[in-house]
Ligand binder design. Structure first.
Ligand code: ACO
Length: 489
């Protein structure tokens, strides 16, 4: 086994010799990035008149990409792109999004088709191996997902260390990171195919168990062990909602809805949490620790926390009469309020996942409410209809995103709001781990290290304590005995 340092030294030598050497990429020839010899972009410094020719890379789909890898070395310039609005941070063959067309594909298959005709384990297989499985491959994959669902009994003691009112996302970040200690670098070489398989099979199989344990811990019910006779989606619901006291039953319709919900959240190319996983992984960190970093990033309400925020917002709006007041708040630049579940960094036309979700959501609610209207769904639909007619939202291309309906659907399936983002983390684990695999297989991978535009003080002489002006520093450190904030409800 090549040790980590030697491997990385090797990578950096390769990277210098040829930044995107095709031979080193584990991609079939038709998926490799090509450097169009006739295509380049010229950058001109208007002060000195110097010019630099920058090569243009072409992927299989999507806009051409200017390769600026050598820009600093050749010109002394960095580029500035906070939020990565125009920056491709890696190459990938997993997921393609065309935000203007509202298109999302995994390995070339449209998300709508996958949601309609496939199931979540198949989509996991597709993301991991690159192709949909045949019957035999699917059986073997399902066995791996089924026979690794239990966690080590010692993991239970991690849970006991959390406050009983801890947010389940806090528990998830902690426990997933801690599970790295059960799969040590000494036992597993995560840079090998075998080691990577251990990482994906264990992660995928155990995430629903850990997520359900986080929920059971919070409500004080006993942990429910997985059942090998249930599908991935049904087993997750079973561990969440069954108790040892009575038989548990759920309709096929609801199990299918859960499975489709998992598919719709499986991967979404280089979003904040996935980029976090890649960034953590680029240093050679343990795969479970990388996934824990992705969970932390997903937690934010501008990302995976949005579905929780949508429900809170709908409850705050309360009824249709208040919709206009909230739309006015969303338009007001002095008001921090945003219409949660609206807008997307990439989709500027429609989020294809939101459309599939709306239909699943209506089906499940119809079944659960036995045909009676659901006030929250009706409020959401009215809010959507009015926002889509509002010039503020039209001009800014703000449409419902996946989170707008996922919260309502999760609630209909019995999930409490605090578990929404946990569900998202379970579903997205396959995307994170497949992106991590793709990155670790790429021998041109370098540790990710962005640059910065420094705006701080220039060098200045050190001032001894007795000569410092106390007014400047007085208010910066809070007093030791200030009152702790009340715990979040
Ligand atoms: N409500 C009101 N105004 C909005 C909203 C919104 N939900 N989203 C964007 N805008 C406005 C902005 O104020 C800005 O207006 P301006 O041009 O007058 O300044 C304009 O639309 C562009 O918005 P940006 O914030 O620049 O767009 P960006 O691509 O950076 O942000 C984001 C995308 C974070 C998703 C944003 O739309 C948002 O905060 N939405 C609500 C939170 C949400 O639903 N997040 C889930 C995203 S999907 C996911 O992570 C799975």
């Amino acid at each position: 086994m090549t040790d980590y340092k030697t491997r990385h030294k090797l990578f950096s030598t390769m990277r210098r010799a040829e930044p995107y050497s095709n031979e080193q990429l584990h991609l079939p020839p038709h998926l490799r990035p090509s450097r169009d010899a006739t295509s380049s972009v010229t950058l001109r410094d208007d002060t000195s008149g110097k010019e630099w020719s920058l090569p243009v890379l072409r992927g299989t789909q999507g806009p051409p990409v200017i390769d600026i890898g050598d820009l600093y070395k050749n010109s002394g310039y960095f580029t500035y792109d906070p939020g990565y609005i125009s920056t491709a941070s890696c190459h990938s063959a997993l997921t393609f999004i065309d935000g203007d067309e509202g298109l999302l594909m995994h390995r070339g298959y449209r998300i709508e088709e996958l949601a309609r005709h496939s199931d979540y384990p198949e989509v996991c297989y597709l993301l991991w191996f690159g192709e949909l499985p045949n019957k035999r491959q699917k059986e073997r994959f399902l066995r791996a997902l089924t026979y690794h669902t239990m966690v080590h009994e010692q993991v239970i003691s991690f849970f006991r260390g959390f406050r009983r009112d801890a947010h389940p996302m806090a528990i998830l970040v902690g426990v997933v990171g801690a599970i790295a200690s059960f799969y040590t670098d000494k036992e597993y070489d995560f840079s090998s195919d075998d080691g990577r398989w251990v990482a994906v099979s264990r992660m995928l199989a155990k995430m629903p168990t850990i997520a359900a344990m986080a929920y059971k811990y919070a409500i004080g019910q006993p942990f429910i062990y997985p059942r090998n006779d249930l599908s991935y989606a049904e087993n997750f619901l079973y561990m969440m909602f069954s108790t040892p006291c009575e038989p548990w039953k759920i309709s096929d319709n609801q199990v299918r809805a859960m499975d489709q919900l998992l598919i719709l959240h499986a991967d979404h190319e280089q979003n904040a949490s996935t980029s976090t996983v890649r960034l953590a992984g680029s240093s050679g960190a343990h795969p479970f620790a990388c996934i824990a970093s992705g969970i932390a990033s997903l937690w934010g309400k501008a990302h995976g926390g949005a579905n929780e925020a949508v429900l809170t917002m709908l409850e705050e709006i309360g009824n249709k009469e208040h919709i206009d007041t909230f739309l006015a708040k969303a338009r007001d630049k002095d008001d921090p309020f945003r219409l949660m579940g609206f807008g997307h960094r990439v989709y500027k036309n429609r989020d294809p996942r939101a459309e599939v979700l709306r239909n699943i959501c209506m089906d499940v609610l119809k079944e659960r409410n036995r045909g009676r209207p659901d006030p929250l769904l009706e409020l959401a639909q009215e809010l959507e209809a009015r926002a889509l007619k509002d010039s503020y939202f039209i001009e800014r291309h703000l449409f419902p995103n996946v989170d707008f309906y996922s919260g309502i659907l999760l609630r209909a399936l019995g999930f409490p709001t605090a578990m929404f983002t946990v569900f998202f983390a379970v579903a997205r684990t396959v995307g994170w781990i497949a992106q991590w695999k793709e990155m670790t297989e790429d021998t041109s991978n370098k540790i990710n290290r962005p640059r910065q535009l420094y705006l701080g003080e220039k060098e200045r002489p050190f001032v001894p304590l007795e000569q410092r002006d106390s007014h400047k520093t007085e208010t910066k450190v809070p007093p030791v005995h200030h009152k702790s904030p009340a715990p979040a409800k």
